[in-house]
Design a protein around this ligand. Structure first.
Ligand SMILES: *Cc1c(COP(=O)(O)O)cnc(C)c1O
Length: 339
């Protein structure tokens, strides 16, 4: 194991020993290549540089008490990468390449998979880019699929502690018929300015509303939104939300816990009625929300509960993390143990 201060890791890139690459050229995928370089050589007329042909995924490797390394629902990440690729006309790798690239990247860097109990994990970042040369607007002919890994701590620096978020009325992340449901870099570019405004105001992230009517909750920056009331887990249904695998898993765990689950439009006017609200995603896991501020209406919604996460969010969080780290039976078959 590397000599790293695992308990105080930020959510930041740090160098590991290897990454894995695979090129799509002449209409077919090549062999996986192991690289120890952090750099990519690109043609300056690559479509990823000009026309936004870039998609990515995010998942984590977890080390259990048994010392074994686990992956969580990797098939879902592959399916989503395929959907994202289709959405912006890219070639995406078949499952065998996706899976082998991820497993190779993790195994070759296994010394960087944080020890159990530190709260840290190995973040895995698969990405796919269109290569050049093209100057006209059209999809690339060639593609590069890469996987790199980096050990990380919690995404929101407070970990499983409540944060404040700001409703974003002056910006949209994605349009109803745009690319919000695809994990494309362009959605993040569109979010940077509003994120900066949120950060400057002391908020962990901005909460986006539906772009058309500005009446419904979409999602929270890089994480989906959920609310709890009357023993029900409620999460927005919208065409411009990125379908989160964490959220999908929480819906199943909520049902296991005897909660009702609803996926439907969630109006801003419903915020008052929630007992608990939170953001969820691979990086954020569950981040409880303490306060939602709507600066335009000068309104705020308070869920502070003595500054502690709410009881149901806490149970969901503990349940999810226990499955991911192998501390609890994996009854849905979500976890893959690496040998
Ligand atoms: C990746 C992502 C999420 C979280 O999805 P998970 O599969 O749970 O990691 C949520 N929203 C956006 C915009 C994302 O890009």
């Amino acid at each position: 194991m590397k000599n790293i201060d695992w308990k105080h890791l930020p959510f930041q890139y740090s160098k590991t020993d290897y990454n894995v690459r695979c090129y799509y050229q002449d209409g077919k995928w090549g062999e996986l290549e192991l690289s120890s370089s952090e750099f990519v050589e690109l043609h300056m007329a690559s479509t990823c540089l000009h026309y936004g042909q870039e998609i990515f995924e995010g998942l984590k490797a977890y080390r259990g008490t048994d010392g074994k390394i686990r992956l969580f629902r990797i098939e879902e990440n592959w399916k989503r990468m395929q959907r994202s690729a289709k959405g912006i006309m890219m070639q995406s790798p078949p499952f065998e390449i996706f899976e082998k690239a991820i497993i190779t990247a993790v195994k070759k860097n296994k010394e960087y998979v944080p020890p159990h109990g530190t709260g840290a994990t190995l973040y895995i970042r698969p990405l796919l880019i269109g290569l050049g040369p093209e100057v006209g607007v059209r999809p690339a002919r060639d593609y590069l699929f890469m996987v790199f890994v980096t050990p990380v701590g919690p995404y929101f620096k407070d970990g499983f502690n409540p944060v404040d978020v700001m409703i974003c009325r002056d910006f949209d992340r994605a349009a109803p018929l745009g690319t919000g449901a695809y994990k494309v870099g362009g959605n993040y570019a569109a979010s940077l300015l509003s994120l900066k405004i949120a950060h400057d105001g002391g908020f962990a992230t901005s909460l986006y509303l539906d772009a058309k009517e500005k009446k419904y909750i979409d999602e929270a920056g890089p994480a989906n939104f959920f609310g709890i009331k009357n023993n029900t887990y409620i999460t927005p249904l919208s065409k411009s939300i990125l379908p989160s695998i964490t959220n999908m898993s929480l819906m199943a765990l909520a049902e296991d816990m005897g909660l009702k689950v609803e996926r439907r439009p969630v109006g801003v006017d419903e915020l008052d009625s929630f007992e608990e609200v939170g953001a969820c995603g691979t990086a954020a896991v569950i981040t409880p929300i303490r306060k939602i501020v709507d600066t335009d209406n000068n309104k705020f919604y308070d869920y502070s509960n003595d500054n502690k996460p709410g009881p149901i969010s806490t149970q969901l969080y503990e349940h999810l993390v226990a499955v991911q780290f192998g501390d609890e039976e994996d009854k849905h078959g979500w976890v893959r143990i690496l040998d």
